[in-house]
Write a protein that binds this ligand. Structure first.
Ligand code: C2E
Ligand code: MG
Ligand code: MG
Ligand code: MG
Length: 281
């Protein structure tokens, strides 16, 4: 009986895996075409100074609306691009488009760009980024790259070298999604980050859950000591923003301040922000 169950489970399982593999292959093929055609677009989400509520920069988030597959979310296509070795070309396309768009923003605003773990293994990454900035004329000192804990953990020595290279030319480096990955505080001793982004998981519970509150406070105290700036991710309500200001958190990002939007909509948003500032003055 057990054996028969085992076998039928195995059959179901392998059929599911086959379907999965076919799905992944279809996405990979469509993505390769979309990258060549330049059809993956950067969207931009505002990052604000929490106490003044003014925008200080934008995070670039990839968006892909495929002509055959429709909208495919980054949580699906980014891992496939990484797995199939096409994250490099995808990332270059996005950085080119994003830095072209960001060149039209006021000078004090930064562009924050996500790097994948596998890009921290490739020692060409730094040169590739600089070559793109050179072509688009975007100042390296206005660029930040976001790296996750996983990215740092998988190949620490290689990641460290790339991070040092980037920082040497004035690119700032932030540690993304802090607190949810395989956190190792030890890494913060070995690698200098300019900024830390507190994961949405803590921010969404900050008003209800004492442990989350204490963890956020501890992260803020640690960053202050280490001389790192902080951005809290996933702020959806004003009360969360207010609480974070009370705790002394400098930066914030989330739907409450703005959802990711196209390059064009972002320019409109900046013009409106200028108007609001003029009205206030
Ligand atoms: P991430 O870098 O942590 O980006 C933040 C994610 O949280 C984004 O999801 C954003 O749309 C979402 N978000 C922002 N504010 C809120 C909020 O208030 N509430 C909620 N519920 N969500 C919020 P998105 O755009 O789906 O991206 C998911 C992940 O995909 C990113 O997480 C990043 O790891 C990856 N990703 C996106 N674009 C790129 C890219 O160009 N390159 C690489 N390597 N990864 C990317
Ligand atoms: Mg990010
Ligand atoms: Mg994040
Ligand atoms: Mg995240």
């Amino acid at each position: 009986q057990a054996k028969r169950n085992g076998r039928s489970m195995a059959t179901i399982f392998s059929r599911e895996m086959e379907e999965d593999a076919r799905r992944v292959a279809r996405v990979e093929q469509a993505l390769r075409r979309a990258i060549s055609a330049g059809e993956v677009e950067p969207h931009f989400q505002p990052i604000v100074n929490l106490s003044s509520r003014r925008t200080i920069g934008f995070e670039c988030l990839a968006r892909w609306n495929d002509r055959d597959l429709g909208v495919v979310p980054p949580s699906v296509f980014i891992p496939i691009a990484e797995d199939r070795g096409i994250i490099g070309p995808l990332s270059q396309l996005l950085l080119r488009k994003a830095s072209e768009a960001a060149r039209q923003w006021p000078d004090h605003l930064f562009l924050s760009f996500n790097l994948s773990p596998s890009q921290l293994v490739d020692q060409n990454t730094g040169q590739q980024i600089l070559a793109i900035l050179d072509r688009t004329g975007f100042d390296a000192r206005r660029l930040e790259v976001e790296i996750t804990e996983t990215g740092v953990m998988t190949h620490p020595a290689s990641a460290r070298k790339i991070i040092e290279d980037l920082r040497r030319v004035g690119i700032r480096v932030s540690l993304d999604d802090f607190g949810t990955g395989q956190s190792s505080l030890g890494r913060l001793r070995e690698i200098q980050f300019d900024k830390l982004k507190i994961d949405r998981a803590f921010v969404s519970e900050i008003l209800r859950d004492r442990p989350s509150e204490h963890i956020v406070k501890a992260i803020l105290a640690m960053c202050e000591g280490l001389g790192m700036e902080v951005v809290a991710e996933g702020i959806e309500e004003e009360a969360q923003a207010d609480r974070l200001v009370d705790f002394g958190c400098g930066g914030g990002q989330g739907y409450f301040f703005g959802k990711p939007a196209t390059a064009l909509a972002t320019l409109g948003y900046l013009r409106d922000a200028d108007h609001r500032a003029l009205l206030r003055a």
